[in-house]
Design a protein around this ligand. Structure first.
Ligand code: MG
Length: 374
């Protein structure tokens, strides 16, 4: 876990961070980092920034100014304790930090002519197989099946994930949906479809185990967040009682907690989110812990995190077989990706191979944005 992730040997000279700008146009944000030598990196910004930007501008951004981007790994450790930022550990801290990491990796990738994945690992997966996620609750099993049919027609994915339970202990609507839906999805899409279900912490231990046994009967691939995400011991109890792999970690902000969840075999599929966990470098450490234990990393994807997830997954040996599909990807943004459509073709998407993120923003689009200040 402590082995360096970022390939600093690619950079002979210091890359001093001269400016970090948070840009806004209508409801969209971008983050732009410039080095003293004139290099530039731009990042998409997670929608959570809308409520976090004062903290980003006052306590996160200034820490990075004047520092050498080659020390990014140490800076990620440093910003955590700087000004007691650790007190905000969660989305509040890690979305701002990951935003800067994404922009810095784009900048470094452009200097070294390497993709983001190449900066943090070896490329194991130039193409990524996607699973079709359906996020609707509160509809009948038949309506869920109709939606999945429609979605699969477009994506041609060979794997599915859908929602069960009522989310974070809330009662399920309509009642009995989960028990009818689990067999129905298998019967509808057949034996060759890879099927996963996400409970978003709907159950207590006993109910989680009962539902998990139904999923096992219908040969489901994994079972996500059976109990609330921070019920660590209960997650392990569910995991111990079932054969089906338990997935989790999308809300997890703490490296130490991932260490516990993996080390105690509470999770078999780990799902650190690029935006919510602070970026590719920290997530790589989680993937390494999982790899040592023979487990897979299937990141959770929050909105613009999709493109960063593609690069991350490309660079880990222990990626799960299918990954979350988040498309259409930012239709209202103006950019060009020369090496990938970013869309699934026959259920697969090609990882961009250009330098950095592999995406060039239209300069006229960037120019429409104004710099946000506190
Ligand atoms: Mg989930």
């Amino acid at each position: 876990m402590k082995r360096p992730v970022l390939k600093t040997e690619l950079f002979r000279d210091p890359v001093i961070i001269e400016s970090i700008d948070l840009l806004k146009y209508k409801r969209n944000y971008l983050c732009r980092v410039r080095s003293r030598g004139g290099a530039e990196g731009i990042a998409f910004v997670n929608s959570q920034m809308d409520r976090l930007y004062p903290f980003f501008l006052k306590d996160i951004k200034p820490y990075f100014i004047g520092k050498d981007a080659r020390n990014l790994e140490a800076l990620l450790e440093g910003v955590y304790v700087h000004e007691s930022n650790y007190k905000l550990q969660s989305v509040a801290l890690w979305v701002p930090v990951s935003t800067i990491e994404f922009a810095i990796l784009d900048l470094l990738g452009r200097i070294a002519n390497k993709s983001m994945g190449q900066l943090v690992g070896e490329i194991h997966h130039p193409e990524i197989h996607l699973y079709q996620a359906n996020s609707e609750r509160g509809i009948t099993p038949e309506e869920t099946i109709d939606q999945l049919h429609e979605q699969l027609e477009k994506s041609q994915a060979r794997a599915i994930k859908f929602k069960i339970g009522g989310r974070m202990n809330a009662p399920e609507v309509p009642k009995g949906r989960t028990e009818r839906l689990i067999p129905l999805v298998r019967e509808t899409f057949g034996d060759n479809m890879v099927i996963c279900a996400d409970a978003n912490g709907s159950y207590d231990v006993a109910e989680a185990i009962r539902v998990g046994k139904i999923m096992e009967e219908y040969r489901y691939e994994f079972y996500e967040e059976p109990v609330p995400f921070d019920w660590y011991e209960e997650t392990k109890q569910v995991s111990d009682a079932l054969q089906i792999p338990i997935a989790g970690g999308e809300q997890e902000p703490s490296m130490r907690n991932f260490r516990w969840l993996l080390g105690n075999d509470a999770l078999q599929v780990v799902q650190a989110d690029m935006c919510y966990f602070g970026g590719l470098i920290r997530s790589m450490r989680v993937a390494r812990m999982a790899k040592v234990l023979g487990k897979v990393h299937t990141p959770h994807v929050s909105n613009i995190g999709y493109v960063y997830t593609l690069h991350f997954v490309s660079a880990i040996p222990n990626a799960g077989p299918y990954h979350e599909l988040k498309t259409p990807f930012n239709d209202d943004m103006e950019f060009e990706c020369k090496t990938s459509t970013l869309l699934p073709e026959k259920g697969r998407v090609k990882v961009p191979t250009g330098p950095g993120l592999g995406i060039d923003f239209d300069p006229a689009f960037v120019a429409k944005h104004r710099i946000i200040d506190v």
